[in-house]
Design a protein around this ligand. Sequence first.
Ligand code: ADP
Ligand code: MG
Length: 675
Amino acid sequence: MDISTNIQFLKGVGEKRAKLLGRLGISTVGDLLRYYPREYTDWSRTTSIAAAPFNEPCCIRATVDHKPVGAKVSKAMTIYKTVATDGESLLNITIFNSKYTAESLEAGEEYLFYGKVGGNFHRREMSSPLIEKASSGLRIHPIYSLTAGINSKYIEKLIRQVFSSGNEHFTDPLPQSLRDKLCLMEINKAIRELHIPSNEDMLNEARRRIIFEELFIFQLGLMKLKGNRKETTPVVVGQDYTQEFQRLLPFEMTGAQKRAVRESVGQMTSQVTMNRLLQGDVGSGKTAVAAALIYTIVKNGYQCAFMAPTEILAQQHYHTCCKFFEKTNIRVELLTGSVTAAQKRAIKQRLKDGEADLIIGTHALIQDDVEFRSLGLVITDEQHRFGVKHRAALSKKGSNPHTLVMSATPIPRTLALMLYGDLDVSVLDELPPGRQPIETYYVTGKLRTRAFGYVRKHLDEGRQGYIVCPLVEEGDEDIASAQSYAENLSKGFFSGYEVGLLHGKLKPKQKEDVMSRFVSGEIKLLVATTVIEVGVDVPNAVIMVIENAERFGLSQLHQLRGRIGRGRYKSTCILISDAKTATAKKRMEIMTKTTDGFKIADEDLKMRGPGDFFGARQHGLPNMKMASLTDSALLTEAHRFAREILTDDPLLQKAENKNLNQAIYDLFNSEYIMN
Ligand code: ADP
Ligand code: MG
């Protein structure tokens, strides 16, 4: 038996069970072994009945006094009761409806009961405990994720069967020298410990080993990809036009902006394809950096595609670029879902003929019939909204064009390593001058009127504001409630002020209309759902109230809040939340204490876990079974050793590194599509 053996060769696996196991992704012995427990119950330590904690899982060793007696309490429910003792105290055992379990208990036999103890000081009881014969020994039990028809014990049995047939199933991808250096378990031993832990320490060591392996292979893979992608490109920038571009700008670029432009242009002049991430907190001025690169690439005779995740954002970039390039002969086009069919055809024709230099748009840019004459640079804004595939699809429209992806989501360093390990990074760590930090307050609904009064005061001073309304989903009912919310405000507290409403269900034209009226200053107060989250830039808007603030993730709140504090006026954000839980309160407090997006992102990651960070599987990470992005110490270590090994053996050709290549292939093959 080896890891490629079909699962059906195991005893106890017929066609039907094989099918069920298939649903869990298990079709070979190797799959089975790599099907790690979801969690464990600790039966390795027992407690006496008297000392058992209330309402916490524990394991009690006790002798059954008499065979459980059943009492039918309703048609569908029989309750079995018995008593067990550890020699000192009594434990009342209740079993619901399971005749089989009840009848398997014998008077005078010793068992292990696992569960939560309830009752009171005088009377202790356990309902529906997990039960094993005491003779089966004290140990940690694995718990597996299951599908109907398969239980944890069944999987455990299969795994024991595999291990009893010999131990060497996997060749270890990690070289011996590395394992020695980091005191990592050998792979087969680790896998065995995961399924059949000897004790807690060994289990922890096994977990450490497996997590390290996953992170390490992942890092190696990304680094190799990055190395491989140092491919040459026909898009060669002969001259740097940054100075000329600077003269078109109404402001002087910040040091960080200049550095980012220099790093990018430097790379584009070198015949090696640029793959760069531009990271900068909200308001740091990423658009100007993008425009600088666009200017240089267009002046060198190439076209540029600039993709944004929403229509509003695409329009905003369009207007910004039109203004920047007003006095030049650069031809800018906008392609979004709301452009008419005839216009679209014309735009596409101009692109194809090379009569358009810069195309700005949404996903619409990816469509097959969008063709370029000489695409030199692809820019995607708010990159995490797009899958890796989208980025790639756009690039394919040229021949190895340079790419710049911009992200305003301050990504924790650990996560950035994972997501963008294949990219070079420029960071805008400096805000344009004259910005005043946003002040943030957290209040309960009781102070809503006062908050609104504060908003009105700002409107009276000629400023504008946002109210983010209480809305969870973008469903129809919620839209109705957003509408009535906005109406109440405009007829009530804000009567006499121009109030606009922006939500996701508006037609693009309507959205554009509302936005442009807000930008022009006609609309004073914009009531909005989270569609304003990304990138919208109105410097005169200085106050924001966020209703039900607890419903948002910290990073999302940070993004929302980033819509204000963009001009020379002092800005204020008021979070309204009646949430009672300590966590929610803590989250609100974090927001009031810092405006550092990276700090917030770190907290967010800690509190919510990586799964939620960008929403489910938008990020294109390969599927890691055990590692999580919060394992930052191991991740850093993995990164360091991956770099070390590649420096020593770039192609992983040395005998001891050979297995690494296969492991990389296995990990990246199925999930992570880079090109
Ligand atoms: P983000 O990085 O969030 O996309 P934007 O590119 O929208 O930020 O820029 C935010 C605002 O800052 C814009 O109004 C822009 O014109 C302004 N801005 C950008 N760079 C500078 C600068 N160097 N000096 C002054 N204002 C700037
Ligand atoms: Mg932006």
